[in-house]
Design a binder for this molecule. Sequence first.
Ligand SMILES: [Zn+2]
Length: 180
Amino acid sequence: MNIPLLPSPPLTPPLLCPACHTENDASAVFCYQCHKALGPFRFVQEEVLTSQYERLAERVAGFVGRPGFFVVHVTLIGFWVAVNIGVFVLMHQFDSYPFELLSFILSVEALFITGFLLFAQNREQAKAKKEAELEYEVNVRAFREIQATRTLLEQLGERLDRLESRLPSSTTPQKESSHE
Ligand SMILES: [Zn+2]
């Protein structure tokens, strides 16, 4: 009786990372260079196809969240106000109180920053969704593998039972009787 054995893993070529094109071991799940998930997952492909505008939006959103952003603004606004209220006697006052030009520049800046932030936020959400999808996909694959292994074990058990029942009943206690 032939018991089917698990197929031995075939010799596969090294996995090429779609993001950084590094060669990884065939059994690798994540790239050792850039830590992206390897394999034909949609998430990886879409991650690679990020446009320049999207990357710019992410960079702007990243900078807005840093303390440097506030330091730069406080410094610039402070300097602007100081010049226009006549703190520096030698400098020409170009935007007297209530600083209409400054208000205009700040509102335009706020408009752009809001747009970039919303865009970056949407992208973050889409990314999290894709990561969840990837996780789900991996879980489903693992579940199927476990089920297949379980079925195989059950088949093996059944075959062993059948083999045991086919053995002549006298052979089983043979060892015990030989000691006597
Ligand atoms: Zn990589």
